[in-house]
Ligand binder design. Sequence first.
Ligand SMILES: *Cc1c(COP(=O)(O)O)cnc(C)c1O
Length: 392
Amino acid sequence: MAHLETDLIHKGSEFNESKAVVTPIYQTSTYIADEDLKQYITAASETKHPGFYHRHGNPTNSQAAAVLASLEKTEDALVLATGMAAISTAILTVVKTGDHIITQHSLYSGAMLFFKEFLSDFGVEVTYVDQKDNQAFEKAIQPNTKLIYVETPSNPNLDITDLAFIAGLGKKGQITTMVDNTFASPINQTPADFGIDIIVHSATKYLGGHSDLTAGAVCGRKSYINKVWRRSLVLGGSLSPFDSWLLLRGMKTLAMRVRQINENALELAQWLDKHPRIKKVAYVGLSSHPQYALAQKQMNGGTGMLCVELSADHDEQAYSYAQEVLNRLTIFANAASLGGVESLVVHPASMWGGHHDKDQKQTSGIYPGLIRISVGIENIEDLIKDFETALG
Ligand SMILES: *Cc1c(COP(=O)(O)O)cnc(C)c1O
């Protein structure tokens, strides 16, 4: 088996049947049948056949999936149109009406909406627990619990869930375990190493890495991925060939990008931590992170995600100071999303105003003076200078 950096460049090259060094984009919805109709019948009925019709499969998508399975150390993977297509299709493969899911209070807002609005309409019960509390997961188990769904580090507060503990609970109770590994990226964390069954990604973020595509991935055992594929045939979230090609191209530099991003983020976090106008820095690579020991155990790097809470006398002041800082930053763009080569910032309290009520904002730790930062690969001195000026 080759090393990760080599797999990022070469894995799945068997799907490139041309002489081109770079896999062509198979920008087609359908494929011509052989004269031998038997072959066509096989193509139509075979799981993930990359030569029948796009929703069934596509050579560029197969290659991207091969790279992802290798990254996440799983038997197989499937790429889909967005992270949410991956998350929803993956979950709907595991649960049905009458089943119960355990998840955490703090989750990506789209996943939260899926649990709260969608699954509740279909009679799936969901219990939310504090992800930092292992016993809370254990206590929440019911006879009809079919899935434990976690996100670590979590969005936006960078709290950590104990992967080995969750995997153990799953094994003991025959409950499927699923992790959203978007924030960490497979360079910093591979949940399969701890026994987690299924890994989902918004490939829109670190995997693509250039803020120019949307994509999602589901990684796991072959038998499970085949079932996810069958669900995806009817839910219809297939990834477009061009986005899949961009994803393949982006992933070639994943290891380099993420390592540089880890380095930049640590340096920025250390600098911000000493700044008098910053009340708190949340970064899993800082020894002041309350779960630093757990982070060291299950992660290889701190990621590019950090949160700062600004000092202020009261909530209104914190809210307007945060907006001021965002407006004064010139390199960090105020934009949703994360994980690209360019640094971005968001003010969660205003961005998620529509999704969360006041209580939810409190339980999710979305304070008025909180700024979420996604560090890119720009020069670190320029990034620090940008914050120095913006903080005033
Ligand atoms: C962005 C994101 C998603 C959703 O991904 P899309 O590609 O936007 O659908 C899911 N989970 C996390 C942690 C994310 O950051």
